[in-house]
Design a protein around this ligand. Sequence first.
Ligand SMILES: [Ca+2]
Length: 286
Amino acid sequence: MVIKNNGSTNLTSLSISYGITGSTLSVYNWTGVLKFGETATVELDSFAWMQGASTFTVNICSPNGGVDEYAQNNTRVTPFTYVPVMPSKFVIEFKTNNYPYQNSYTLADVAGNEIWARSNLTANTTYKDTLELSDGCYIFKLIDTGENGLTWWANTSQGSGSIRFRSATSPVVLKNFNSDFGGEVYMQFTVGLTSQVDDYIFTKVPFMNVYPNPAEDIVNIDFDLPSRESGSIEVRDMYGKHITTLPFEDKVAHHIVLNGSILRTGVYFITLRSGKYIVSKKLIFR
Ligand SMILES: [Ca+2]
């Protein structure tokens, strides 16, 4: 947090209480020397966690051990979002495209230390790595030095690849990343520190990714939903004629491969329908 002295007297000490709004706040006693108009950045210690709330509160009091002359600017409340929770054991599934030398991916701990990495990849190959992590905070990062993701309509020569997290105990998809991601995929998550709210649900808005697009043989359809749903993916041509329906049951994330042998050259509409959501994408097949 940043504090500023608006008073004419030098500020030399301050009591700062902070934490999740509604919880028992922690106290940090700051000391230093701040002249009129000067600011200081204060790094607070850890604090007690509380489930359910989504704002962080900071109060300041007792400047120089006394009573503040103007108490109206002593409190700030900031909203925050929960970091997604992953199971301790899961699979990173990465399919390379024609330009695998553009890609490398790493897992780092909360201090930014790399604890796992993959590079020197082979083209059009699927890598499946099972990770088993202890409780803590982690950062997953995938780099594309070509800055054109694993698939991009304007660069079809690179082919298409994909990146997703799967369960280690079943083929269930936990999370799909949009393979048209540009230069980097970046995801922070925790293991063991359950939020008990939306564990293993990673998106607030439904999304569907259809690739490669244009497609020539197989079509990949990935989707991620904000809640567990059953429904279907419907394929229609540009005149609205029904081509096929691919049902799904009880999914928050899924990967479907549509065999292009049932499609002819043209434009199609791929539509996901569940009880709550409709998402539609245009597909060009040639
Ligand atoms: Ca690329």
